[in-house]
Ligand binder design. Structure first.
Ligand SMILES: Cc1ncc(COP(=O)(O)O)c(C=O)c1O
Length: 354
């Protein structure tokens, strides 16, 4: 049987998504979802939807939503591609821009899906080790066909300096995909680089800032020729009618006002979370996202992760040389964060008694 499966697929270690427990009592601070519900206008649009319209195929290029996104970013509609979550958009990039003998680059550590995407395409991986403090470090003469640049980075939360990113895009020969999944929680974005350089795309998602991870909506912005290539390799109807409709609601003026308010609350909570972690003695990295990357001092990160899990609090732990000393905590509601600290203080106090 197994010889009917491609060798590269047999050898493939699939991406491990963060846990999605069925128990609603679990405090989920592990997958960087938004702490707050989506704009009310999304629910209203869903309730008023005529299910009879579902007998038709959806618009193949998500036309109205695409126009709205173009309007928001001040670009042309043919510079926008919509996808089933930004994960799909990233996968389309590996299909459109990487030859079979090409290569895919990314920082280490960064979004752990990137190497899996290279393995799915069965092409060479060219990871670049970040510096000691997870800062930007690019070796002289580095090259690859497609570089995935998460900015701000995950799981570290760090935003790279704009000039460095801009110089990299200018001098790089391959395609640069700037993955801005968390950019709404940060102080600056790179859209103008996608507009300026022919080899740069910016990818965004509605999963984080718009609280719509369950809807699956992401998009790429950039040079029309690159965007046209992505359209050629996507499934005909890659976005259902419901995501198109609700995405439009979320990105309406009303929806965006609500999103901005949620983002502001999360950024405030993030600063409080960082202060409280630092007060517990953790090393806290400078986050420009809706999560915090932190190195506990009282016990090993893996142990703290497990003990929190035993108490019904999920954070994210990535074992491994570069990541295994830290945990990543999604910024939850203030109540969730209070519970996290109650549990953490108790665990660390017990840990110290042993
Ligand atoms: C850096 C980064 N890019 C992309 C994604 C995927 O987002 P989406 O839900 O749009 O597929 C994530 C999800 O956690 C992420 O961390």
């Amino acid at each position: 049987m197994s010889n009917l499966i491609r060798k590269s697929v047999q050898a493939l270690t699939a991406y491990t998504p963060g846990e999605q427990p069925d128990d609603p009592g679990v405090i989920k601070l592990n997958t960087n979802e938004n702490a707050y519900p989506p704009p009310p206008v999304v629910g209203e649009r869903l309730r008023s939807m005529d299910s009879a319209s579902l007998k038709l195929y959806p618009n193949p290029v998500s036309g109205s939503l695409r126009n709205r996104i173009a309007e928001i970013h001040g670009c042309a509609s043919d510079e926008v591609l919509l996808g089933n979550g930004s994960d799909e958009v990233l996968a389309l990039c590996t299909r459109a821009f990487v030859e079979n003998d090409g290569s895919i680059g990314y920082f280490d550590p960064s979004y752990s899906l990137y190497p899996v995407m290279a393995d799915i395409r069965d092409v060479e991986k060219r990871p670049v080790l970040l510096g000691e403090e997870f800062e930007w470090r690019m070796p002289e003469g580095y090259s690859c066909s497609l570089f995935f640049l998460a900015n701000p980075n995950a799981p570290t939360g760090i935003l790279y300096p704009k000039e460095i990113v801009s110089d990299f895009c200018r001098s790089f020969d391959g395609i640069v995909v700037i993955d801005e999944a968390y950019v709404e929680f940060s102080s600056r974005h790179c859209i103008e680089l996608a507009m300026e350089f022919d080899n740069v795309l910016v990818v965004r998602t509605l999963s984080k800032s718009c609280s719509l991870a369950g809807l699956r909506l992401g998009y790429a912005l950039g040079n029309g020729e690159l965007v046209c290539a992505l359209h050629k390799v996507k499934d005909s109807y890659n976005l259902g009618a419901i995501p198109q409709l609700l995405g439009l609601a979320a990105l309406s003026d009303d929806g965006l006002a609500h999103v901005r308010e949620n983002v502001r609350r999360i950024k405030d909570s993030r600063e409080r979370l960082k202060e409280r972690l630092a007060a517990l003695g953790h090393k806290v990295y400078p986050s420009e996202t809706n999560f915090v990357w932190t190195e506990p001092s009282a016990m090993e990160a893996g142990e703290l992760f497990q003990r929190l899990k035993d108490q019904g609090i999920l954070v994210r732990y990535f074992p491994g040389e570069r990541t295994g000393t830290c945990i990543r905590i999604t910024v939850g509601t203030d109540e969730e964060i209070d519970k996290l600290f109650e549990a953490m203080s108790e665990i660390e106090a017990k840990g110290n008694e042993v």
